[in-house]
Design a binder for this molecule. Structure first.
Ligand code: CA2
Length: 152
């Protein structure tokens, strides 16, 4: 089972800036822990980070042809602005979990609205780097149930 991890703008700065809000783990450290978890569960993790909305849209569009089963997505600031990313997820129809390090509901008002959440199977926010693991486990469990239901 292939799972794609997508991280949006500025998340390459994780661990180097603003540890008070986003923690002190680097994106590389978070990704490598997720890769280990994926391997334990018998999955392959593919990862992608971009600061460009169009590049994220293109990457989502490639998932069907490459046989990706699910997506863990931290759209970062594009969460609150991007109809294009939302449309891309809706178009590919691949189960997607939206993930945030911070509790977006406890911050500025503009972070409380997500364009992406309505086309996702779930959202995890506020647990720092652990949000990624929780999102991955939720997605994996959803995909396992989906497979079982198809085979019965
Ligand atoms: O909490 C999250 O994961 C966010 O997606 C992070 C975004 C923010 O715009 C969302 O509202 C919530 C910001 C990512 C920027 O990452 C940085 C990391 C280190 C230093 C500065 C920015």
């Amino acid at each position: 089972m292939k799972i794609l991890l997508i991280n949006g703008p500025n998340l390459q700065l994780l661990g180097y800036r603003e540890p008070g809000i986003y923690g002190d783990d680097t994106l590389e450290a978070i990704t490598s822990r997720l890769r280990e978890l994926a391997a334990e569960l018998g999955c392959e993790l593919i990862d992608f980070q971009s600061n460009y909305e169009g590049a994220i849209v293109d990457r989502i569009g490639e998932t069907v042809a490459e046989g990706v089963s699910g997506i863990v997505l931290n759209p970062a600031a594009y969460t609150h602005t991007s109809v294009a990313i939302r449309d891309a997820i809706a178009a590919v129809k691949i189960p997607t979990v939206e993930v945030h390090l911070s509790n977006v509901h406890a911050r500025e008002e503009f972070r409380r609205h997500s364009f992406i959440a309505p086309v996702c199977i779930g959202v995890v926010a506020g647990f720092g780097a652990d949000s990624y693991e929780l999102a991955f486990r939720g997605l994996y469990s959803h995909l396992r149930k989906q497979t079982k239901n198809k085979n019965h």
